[in-house]
Design a binder for this molecule. Structure first.
Ligand code: BGC
Length: 763
């Protein structure tokens, strides 16, 4: 047997000769061993080469994502393309099994990962391992005025979503708080576009670090729940660009969000989910390269969905919450009807390919990213995140005679009144409802803090159980509940009332708006009666909306709290007892009367509309912009919140007096904690233009910073404001314009407590 016979054919002839002659010198046994070795090595190399040739580019994560997208797209059949752009179940799309492209799984959002629902109906699946950590509602997050907390919120939520094998978490929501009647304001980040923009970006980044896409919702103008499925919003381009879009824009451009959810309502005659104008802004002006997901049941037309940018159709023929036609997936607007239209040449293949590319990008960024972390669920760390945010977002609104904090040991007869002290507030509210592993109620938190023997409780008022789409009245007699509370209040040393709204229909709940600005279930009368029975009364309101407060002068102390999630009671008790110094600030103005609010001022045509159309007549004057312009004092202004310590502001200064359009204004402010307790303060800088050629708000928030100071400590706080942020949107020119003028910088502790003012010139 000649040694050279073991050599592979593709070896060069020179090598062949050398090896052959060397091999010839060896004993046959060695020759054989070497030959076997050589054969295996060569075959191994060939294998690698073949494998490399066989491995499609879309599976090769060393390749740029766009190349992978094009490669995957080129391998998909028309039917496979259609399949990936619509649902296969309540919360998933099918992927491309033949190519190993996984399903996309979604979940609500935005305050925790929702319990699993059935494949094709809204019933809960009854899993025993889907009880999540509930993070505070986004109103609370906004009230922290702390972007760092927003990042840890997003990160922890993303970890929970990843653990639960979700690829898209349906949040955050950044619709602007336009009227306090909107049933969904609790899911959003308040009335100010700048605050919402700064808070939303880190949330998105935190979520997406887990290889889970955030889904920024509801794009756009879904500012009321009343008639949300068809109400046609009319507003100026200025209001659209200056008030309602900035947080979405920041989420796309700065947050790099991977998916956006189209909303239910119409805008200028077309449904927002497939709207020519909104699509152009999102994808052309901002260059969004991810996927636009419909809200559940917000798609209404194959043609419009095909042409105006809807990429993933979800929940058609459902109301998004409870009802729905079963197994309608093939009939979706972007399913069979779209396929047929493409086959007949009625709709272009190019728009389908664009959608598929966007869906594939989501896949590559999430479930086809082999390096994404594994996530974690219900960890102590997540509970700590929830607690920290809750503690930082609670707002102290009134505190006469230092009612709060109530030191442990001061009283032995503490009476807690009110349903919200014990009610689960993670339950109800619509799609953001959560099944939680822990939810510490305020009463539990207070008992743990003050000793159960010192704390007693009575219901005081009662609502019914949460029920979507209808009111479920309480079985209790309101008069007896109130009389009992008043009787007990007379005997107590101190009374704390826990009320507000809850997650019932027509409260803070998706699907409908509130009916009145007043507190429901007779709470106004109850608070008034309690204050007569015992003047040592503190009120804690839990809500996602401002409410009328006819009793405000009768109570010495008021806390605005929120839907705080798993550690609600722990955080609340720590603030009440003074273990945490409150530092939250209102993310919206609380008007005295409903009519004092811009959206409600103009009557029904401006809110809620005539069931067909609503016109945003207050235009850009939303929230504090309205109160400023009309000189209508609010009850509690935007940005307001007290502390157990006091702060002294120095003079606000800028690094220069004159700026060019591309400059950055560097401001500095000294802040001193003049009290005896450590605490945090949010310094806020508002800017107004002196002689604008168009109407502009008196001032608008342009910078803020939360600063923690030890008692007695002083800090110089620096904030920057790019001059380009002083622009207004010129609707006629369709561009942002900074006019050369004098601009006034107002630095202070809220939108009305201005401590120092400085003017600068923009050339
Ligand atoms: C809501 C969305 C939610 C979706 C899925 C809709 O009713 O408007 O915010 O993500 O349902 O539950």
């Amino acid at each position: 047997m000649g040694g050279n016979e073991y050599l592979c054919e593709d070896t060069t002839s020179d090598l062949k000769i050398v090896w052959a002659s060397n091999l010839a010198k060896l004993k046959p046994i060695h020759t054989m061993k070497i030959s076997v070795l050589l054969l295996s090595a060569t075959c191994w190399l060939l294998g690698i080469q073949m494998q490399a040739q066989l491995k499609p580019a879309y599976l090769d994560d060393s390749k740029p994502i766009e190349q992978r997208v094009e490669d995957a797209l080129s391998r998909m059949t028309l039917e496979e393309k259609i399949a990936v752009i619509h649902a296969q179940s309540k919360f998933s799309t099918p992927g491309v099994p033949r190519l190993g492209i996984p399903e996309l799984w979604m979940s609500d959002g935005p305050h925790g990962v929702r319990a699993e629902v059935q494949w094709d109906n809204w019933g809960y699946a009854g899993w025993t391992n889907d009880s999540c950590t509930a993070f505070p509602a986004l109103t609370c997050l906004a009230a922290t005025f702390d972007p760092e907390l927003s990042y840890i919120y997003g990160k922890a939520l993303g970890e929970e979503a990843r653990y639960r094998k979700k690829d898209i978490i349906l949040g955050p929501g950044v619709n602007i708080y336009r009227t306090p009647l909107n049933g969904r304001n609790f899911e959003y980040m308040g009335e100010d576009p700048f605050l919402a923009s700064k808070m939303v970006v880190p949330y998105i980044k935190g979520v997406q670090e887990n290889g889970v896409a955030a889904c920024l919702k509801h794009y756009a103008l879904n500012n009321q729940e009343q008639w949300r499925g068809h109400i046609d919003v009319e507003l100026s381009d200025r209001a659209l660009y200056e008030i309602y879009l900035p947080a979405f824009k920041a989420g796309v451009l700065e947050g790099g969000v991977w998916t956006v959810m189209g909303s239910y309502n119409k805008f200028r005659g077309q449904h927002a989910t497939h709207n020519e104008v909104l699509n152009k802004i999102l994808k052309t002006e901002w260059g969004f390269d991810g996927a636009l997901v419909s809200d559940w049941g917000s798609t209404h037309s194959t043609r419009e969905a095909a042409l105006y940018g809807l990429d993933i159709e979800m929940g058609s023929w459902t109301n998004g919450l409870t009802a729905g036609k079963s197994f309608a997936y093939d009939d979706y607007f972007l399913a069979r009807p779209y396929l047929e239209a493409i086959k007949k040449g009625e709709l272009p293949l190019s728009s389908l390919d664009d959608k598929v590319r966007r869906v594939l990008r989501v896949n590559f960024r999430t479930n086809m990213d082999r390096n994404r972390p594994y996530g974690s669920f219900n960890t102590n760390e997540h509970l700590q995140v929830a607690e920290r945010i809750a503690e930082s977002g609670i707002v102290l609104l009134k505190n006469e005679k230092n009612f709060f904090p109530i030191p442990v040991g001061k009283y032995r007869k503490i009476l807690i009144v009110g349903e919200n002290a014990t009610r689960s507030l993670t339950e109800g509210g619509g799609s953001s409802e959560l099944k939680v592993k822990n939810e510490v109620s305020p009463l539990e938190g207070l008992k743990a803090t003050y000793g159960a023997e010192n704390v007693s409780y009575t219901l005081g008022y009662a609502s019914g159980r949460p029920a979507y789409g209808r009111e479920n009245p309480s079985p209790y007699n309101a008069d007896s509940l109130r009389d009992k509370a008043v009787r007990l209040a007379k005997e107590a040393e101190v009374v704390i009332f826990f009320g507000g709204l809850n997650k019932n229909n027509r409260q803070d709940c998706e699907g409908d708006d509130r009916l009145t600005y007043n507190l429901p279930f007779g709470q106004d009368e109850l608070i008034a009666a309690l204050s007569k029975a015992n003047e040592n009364l503190g009120v804690v309101l839990i809500s996602g909306n401002g409410v009328a407060m006819p009793w405000i002068s009768q109570v010495p102390a008021l806390v605005q709290s929120w839907y705080l999630g798993s550690e609600a009671g722990t955080a609340t008790a720590r603030v009440i007892a003074g273990q945490v110094n409150p530092s939250g600030k209102l993310p919206f103005s609380i008007s005295v009367n409903l009519k004092d609010n811009g959206a409600n001022y103009y009557g029904e045509s401006s809110y809620p509309g005539d069931s067909i159309q609503v016109e945003y007549k207050e235009d850009i004057l939303v929230g504090y912009r309205w109160h400023d312009a009309k000189r209508i004092p609010s009850r509690f202004p935007f940005g307001y919140g007290l502390s157990y310590t006091s702060f002294q502001y120095g003079r606000l200064t800028t690094d220069k007096e004159q700026y060019a359009k591309n400059d950055i204004i560097r401001t500095s402010f000294t802040l001193k904690n003049t009290g005896t307790k450590d605490g945090a303060e949010v310094i806020q800088i508002y800017v107004g233009q002196k002689n604008p050629s168009f109407i502009r708000p008196l001032k608008e928030l342009k910078a803020f910073k939360k600063v923690f100071l030890k008692a007695g400590e002083t800090q110089t706080v620096e904030c920057t404001i790019p001059v380009k942020d002083l622009a207004f949107f010129n609707g006629k020119l369709h561009e942002w314009v900074v006019e050369p003028d004098t601009f006034t910088l107002y630095g202070g502790a809220s939108s009305t407590e201005i401590k120092s003012v400085v003017s600068v010139q923009v050339k």
